[in-house]
Design a protein around this ligand. Sequence first.
Ligand SMILES: NC(=O)c1ccc[n+]([C@@H]2O[C@H](COP(=O)([O-])OP(=O)(O)OC[C@H]3O[C@@H](n4cnc5c(N)ncnc54)[C@H](O)[C@@H]3O)[C@@H](O)[C@H]2O)c1
Ligand SMILES: [Zn+2]
Length: 385
Amino acid sequence: MSTQTQTLRLLLRQPYDIVVGPGVYAGGFRGASAAPLGTLRDRRVIVVADAGVPVAPVNVVLDELRSLGASVITIEASAEEHRKSLQEAERVLRAMSDARLERGDVLVALGGGIVGDLAGFAAAIYRRGIRWVQCPTTLLSMVDASVGGKTAVNLPDGGELRKNEIGAFHQPSLVLADISVLSSLSDRQFRCGLAECVKHGLLSGGWSMPDLLDWTERSLPAILARDPAALTSLVARNVTVKGAVVRADERETANGVREQLNLGHTFGHALEGLGVMAPQGIGGGPLHHGEAVALGLIAAAASAREFGLSDCVERVRGAVASCGLPTHVNLPAGDRILAAMRHDKKSRDGRLRLVLPSGPGRVVVRNDVPDEAVLGGIEAIAQRS
Ligand SMILES: NC(=O)c1ccc[n+]([C@@H]2O[C@H](COP(=O)([O-])OP(=O)(O)OC[C@H]3O[C@@H](n4cnc5c(N)ncnc54)[C@H](O)[C@@H]3O)[C@@H](O)[C@H]2O)c1
Ligand SMILES: [Zn+2]
């Protein structure tokens, strides 16, 4: 492990470490952070590997586990939303059962958010739950999906997907965020992770890190150049903020606490659900999740302005633009988007619950935002051609 490594302890009911830095797979399964795993000698370990991750980092993990005396089984999973499914979970579970994994054995999820959610779900339900290690390999999964223990699969509904409909809370015993694996990530996927970082920057003031957005913007040249020290710091800061929110509301039961992390997502999910296309300059095709969230953050800020809560639209738009994320898209009619937002599972009794910026680094959850303010927010991201 290099001197750049940062180890963050997440103090949940069962505390565990998130180890961040370049090259942390090597040696990551031994030492103090790996203690909750117990000895791996003669343990069976199943590694669920994202098919999109190059073989070299996968082999580092496999070699580490074998050198500790574990008997290792690998299974590949493909990072496609329609394959974040019960069928794929069953395939993983069957491999675990065929390999006779026992309660004391371990699963390692090595991949982006899709493979992490799928493999984590298998770990949550196999023999009522076995320990697992999360090795997130996209920026988004490092700064977001690797914190909080949410595991899930989607449920098909005609041609659409009910996202994350089936799932469980199941905290990992260890997270290894190896910054080196980000070198193979496409620029587009990399920028998607930055959208969640901007989101964290807009709410981090309530969680003892008021300068996160400023720091991120200042550090963007080094971040976009994928400088290992800047990336380590970026991931560590974001994990700290998300970890603080999750710690305050581990199971998303306290009204409006963990819900803060939904900032930009009610708008974003509606855009994703309606199949809104990304601008050609971004790469075209359907919007990626991070792109939809980036647009959602601008729309939320604009709604907050319409509602008279705060005025940070241009600040948010500037941050989104400097990350290379879209600030405008061709949209369907505003009332269609509003209808899709009402269907978001976060709304209760048909009342739209929105997380809105209320001041620098602060957000509030409101269920009394008038339609006009929401439509005004949507208008702020509509492409004018
Ligand atoms: N559990 C949570 O708290 C949580 C939070 C946020 C998102 N999610 C879930 O995460 C998923 C999105 O995750 P994502 O943004 O990581 O995308 P993803 O898992 O779809 O991965 C994006 C692409 O990058 C590839 N890839 C992964 N690592 C790579 C690497 N190192 N080099 C090259 N290619 C690589 C994948 O194969 C895939 O093609 C969604 O399903 C979302 O619901 C979960
Ligand atoms: Zn998100």
